[in-house]
Design a protein around this ligand. Sequence first.
Ligand code: GUN
Length: 295
Amino acid sequence: MTAKIISGTEVAKAIREELKVEVAELMEKHGIIPGLVTILVGEDPASQSYVAAKNKTAHALGIHSEQVTLAADTREADLLALVVKYNNDSKIHGILVQLPLPKHINEANVLYAISPDKDVDGFHPVNVGKMVLGEQCFLPCTPHGILELLVRSGVQTSGAEVVVIGRSNIVGKPIANLMLQKRPGGNATVTLCHTRTKDMAAHCRRADILIAAVGVPKMVTADMVKDGVAIIDVGVNRIGMSESGKAILAGDVDFEAVKEKASCITPVPGGVGPMTITMLMKNTVQAAKIAGKLI
Ligand code: GUN
C-alpha cells in the first residue's frame, strides 16, 4: 500500500477561499474588518517565519493585520502593557503572542492577560476550560486544523483507536481531548503517549490514527505502525540548510518508509502547517463576528 497524501496546502486553500468570501461580506454588509495583531519577542528564525506567514495570509484574505516585533530583552511588564493596549483596541479582534517567549518572561502571565474574547490562539484558561467542557470557544489552531484535515479527508474517527505522541499544551493535550468528544472528528478512543510511556511502539502499533507531535525528526519508524494507519505529522524539525539558505524540514515521522504502510499521511511541509495558520484566520473572523454581535 502506498498512502494517499493528505495535502494541508489544498485543504487550507479551500477554507481560505470560504474565509475570503466571509471577510468581504462582513465589510459589505456590516462595515467590519477583522483585525489581528501578532506580537513577536526576540529573533528566533522559526518564529519569525511563522509570524511572517500569519501576517501574509491575513493580508491575502482582507484581514487587517499588525505585526509588533520587540527586542529579546523586553521586560515582562512592557509586554503585558502592550497586550492590555490591544485588549482595548476596537480595530483588533485577535491577539497572538508568538511562543516560545524568552526565558525571563512568564508565559502564563502573558497568555492569561489576553482577553478571552481576543484569544484567537485558544490558549487562555477560559477557552481551554470551555474546550474541555465541549462548549463554544476559540479552539487552539493546530488541533483545530488537524480535526478539519481528518474530517475533510474522510478519515473515520468515530470508534477509532487514536494514539497521540506528545503532551504539549499547544497540540498533544488539546487534540487528545477534542478527539474523545462527541463531535465531528471526535468519538475516538484516545491514548496519549509521552516521554515516560513504556513501550511507545506497542501503543503506536494499535493506532488506526497516529498523531505525532514530539519535535524529534523521523522518530516514528515503519516498524511502529500497522498497515492502513492514518498519519498526522505535526513535527516541523529543521534538519539542515539548503545551498540557497532555505531550512530543510523533516517531520516527526519517517515519511518515505511509513507511507508504504499507511492509508494516508500528511507531508512536512504542506501538511498541518498551512492548516494552523488558516484556523488562526478562521478564529479571527469568528472573533470579529462575536465583537459585532453577529453570532
Ligand atoms: N508557537 C508554536 N505554535 C504556536 C501557536 O499555535 N501559537 C503561538 N502563539 N505560538 C506558537
